[in-house]
Design a protein around this ligand. Structure first.
Ligand code: ADP
Length: 412
């Protein structure tokens, strides 16, 4: 496996055998130089080789597979490429990249995702697409009812394979691969190589070129801070940060219900927040994203899965209201800010119970993770005090429990 970051620095798009129209679209999109994953992925992909890209979102991987697909399929009649994505939002973003870079080359893209009326899919499929971007569940529905024919597929892309795995999509992906022509090119992108993902790759890919883009790339760009605090102190601190902030803020919460209740609370304080999680209707999710993108709601409160792969530019601040239980999720979340050239801030709240997760992240990205700060007035009881509380029942950690204990005072 090669980390091609270093020696790919001087590569230009002009170095690749791409059509003039693609070069023009790249210019229009403001893409001057290929990002490392593009520099590493485009040449083998153009040759038809299988590719495994180990990279986070935000590293430019969509264009890394879209550009070679556009080059190879533009002006063809057949449905030649299938791109599988874990979420509807990601599918929409991938479609947007294909349209931006491929439309003037004559490429036709259709999107098939769950949560929208089936009629819409039929319309999309009748438009003679060259590229189909789909979430696995809905695509399988169409395969089963015979509405989509995939026997001309030359190129399969599985994007965010690790997240597909986390979401339980691996059996669906197997079923889809089973109906594709065996002779095809397969490209798979994933942030981590879970066993199941490795198995799928080994079984379905031929001698893939492996490309690894540094896992902590987003962490280099975003300034990070961690506050150690009690669960009770999170909400007031969040409200304080939100009141101070001037740009777009993305807040991560662990559960869907947590997203619902925090959004209610934030909006009740006259701060404008939209929400996004997996239980919301597609319409609602689209509206939330549009409101966040347009700045109508400068705050977006989201769960990991829903926010994964969001490409919203100009997110200045990511707040981990709940510290992620999975170290890679931390890197993904803070990758939402400081995309490409911009710089941003990532603030994490960590309770005592989160200490081990903070340590996991430190193991993954090392010293780039700052030491947790205990805020004056929001301080968590120290581990020692907690143990005193346990053993002697004397320690009262916060105002609410003091009140309960009848010892509240104004200075608390
Ligand atoms: P990923 O698919 O890895 O999440 P994206 O393809 O969404 O990453 O790219 C991240 C951001 O970088 C997007 O806003 C995209 O428009 C931009 N981008 C991608 N490639 C380039 C490039 N070569 N030059 C400048 N910006 C780019």
């Amino acid at each position: 496996m090669s980390n091609q970051n270093e020696n790919q620095k001087d590569v230009k798009f002009a170095d690749f055998p791409l059509s003039e129209t693609i070069h023009q679209s790249l210019d229009q999109a403001g893409f001057e130089r290929p990002m490392p994953i593009q520099a590493a992925c485009i040449p083998p992909a153009l040759e038809g080789k299988d590719v495994i890209g180990l990279a986070q979102t935000g590293t430019g991987k969509t264009a890394a597979f879209a550009i070679p697909i556009i080059q190879r399929l533009a002006n063809k009649m057949e449905l030649g490429a299938l791109v599988l994505a874990p979420t509807r939002e990601l599918a929409a973003q991938i479609t947007a990249v294909f349209n931006e870079l491929g439309k003037s080359s004559g490429l036709r893209v259709a999107t098939i995702v769950g949560g929208v009326p089936m009629d819409q899919d039929y319309g999309a499929l009748r438009s003679w697409p060259n590229v189909l971007v789909a979430t696995p569940g809905r695509l399988n529905d169409h395969i089963e009812n015979g509405r989509v024919l995939l026997d001309e597929i030359e190129i399969l892309v599985v994007d965010e394979a690790d997240r597909m795995h986390d979401m339980g999509f691996i059996p669906q992906i197997r079923r889809i691969i089973a109906v594709l022509p065996r002779k095809r090119q397969t490209m798979m992108f994933t942030a981590t190589m879970a066993d199941d993902v490795e198995r799928i790759a080994r079984k379905n890919m031929r001698d893939p070129v492996r490309i690894q883009i540094g896992i902590c790339a987003p962490a280099h760009r975003a300034k990070q801070e961690i506050f150690e605090l009690s669960e009770d102190a999170k909400r007031p601190l969040l409200l304080k940060l939100l009141r101070k902030s001037t740009g777009r803020v993305l807040v991560f919460v662990r559960t869907k219900r947590g997203v619902d209740s925090l959004t209610r609370i934030v909006n009740a304080r006259r701060l404008k927040a939209a929400k996004i999680h997996g239980d919301l209707e597609q319409d609602h999710r689209d509206r939330s994203l549009a409101d966040f993108r347009s700045g109508h709601c400068p705050i977006l409160i989201a769960t990991d899965i829903a926010a994964r792969g969001l490409d919203v530019s100009g997110i200045e601040h990511v707040i981990n209201y709940d510290f992620p239980h999975n170290a890679e999720d931390y890197v993904h979340r803070i990758g939402r800010t400081a995309r490409v050239e911009a710089s941003g801030l990532a603030t994490s709240f960590a309770t005592l119970a989160d200490r081990r997760f903070v340590n996991e992240v430190r193991k993954l990205i090392g010293d780039k993770l700052p030491k947790p700060t205990r805020l004056e007035g929001y301080a968590t009881p120290s581990a020692k005090a907690m143990s005193e509380k346990k053993t002697r029942g004397r320690y009262v950690p916060n105002r609410r429990s003091r009140r309960r204990a009848g010892t509240a005072n104004k200075s608390a």
